[in-house]
Structures are given as C-alpha cells and as structure tokens.
Design a protein around this ligand. Structure first.
Ligand code: 5GP
Ligand code: ZN
Length: 120
C-alpha cells in the first residue's frame, strides 16, 4: 500500500535489518528496541491491523513467529508477542505487525491510567 512504511520494507524501498523471510512473511529488528530482542513480524500483504487479518493469515504468521523465536534463540528462554491495535492499543504503524520481545526477563506493568477494577 502506498505510503505504508512496512509495505516499503517489504518492497525493499527502504532497508531493514532482516531476521527471517519467506513467501508470505517478514521479520526484522525494531528500529527502537524495547528489549534485548525486539523483532517485528509482518505479513507481506497489507492489513491495517490484527483486527482486519483473516484467521488463516494469522495461522501462517503463528508458525513463522515460532520459527523466528528459534532462529534468535528465545524459544526456550521465553518471549512475549504483542500486537497493538488502533487508537487505544497505541498502534503507530498501520500495517499489521507482531512485536516479539525477549532476551531478558520482561516486566509486566500497568497498561493504563484508569483503574482496572472499574471494569469488574
Ligand atoms: P506500534 O506502536 O505501531 O505497535 O509499533 C511500531 C513499531 O515500529 C515501533 O516499535 C517502532 O520502533 C517500529 N518502527 C517504526 N518505523 C520503523 C522502521 O522504519 N523500521 C523498523 N525496523 N522499525 C520501525
Ligand atoms: Zn503496508
């Protein structure tokens, strides 16, 4: 999709630090890592977010992420997958991507300023 930064990475119009690629998916290092391992896994096809992706695409992406985790050696030590979706999810790049975070014990903080108990 025009003007989409991740589509430009897929099309090699801008460079990325590639970790793994196959016909359908690509994984590259996040430009601004938030953990020792911080990789983004994306489908080559443009979907705005997780909310727009067909389940079959996510099935392939799951297997691909498992391969990435093995390749960078976090499959045994553990890691976290996150997809930010839309406004409240804090999504900045509007091309579906899964963050793969690891390489150290990750923290589990509070996610918003509102009191979670208000939703019980
Ligand atoms: P979001 O907030 O949309 O879930 O995450 C977007 C992520 O993409 C951020 O972690 C940001 O550092 C990363 N990012 C943004 N632009 C680029 C880029 O051009 N190359 C790479 N490798 N990462 C990017
Ligand atoms: Zn795109």
């Amino acid at each position: 999709m025009e003007n989409c930064i991740f589509c430009k990475i897929v099309n090699r119009e801008i460079p990325s630090n590639l970790v793994l690629e196959n016909e359908d998916f690509m994984a590259f290092h996040d430009l601004n890592p938030k953990a020792p391992v911080h990789i983004l896994a994306i489908p080559k096809k443009h979907y705005e977010s997780f909310q727009d992706a067909p389940a079959v695409e996510m099935s392939g992406l799951t297997a691909f992420i498992q391969e990435v985790a093995k390749k960078v050696g976090v499959d045994k030590s553990g890691y976290r997958v996150i997809s930010n979706i839309g406004e409240n999810g804090g999504q900045e790049v509007k091309h579906l991507h899964i963050h793969i975070l690891g390489g150290a014990k990750l923290k589990w903080g509070h996610f918003s300023d509102s009191d979670p108990k208000n939703n019980l």
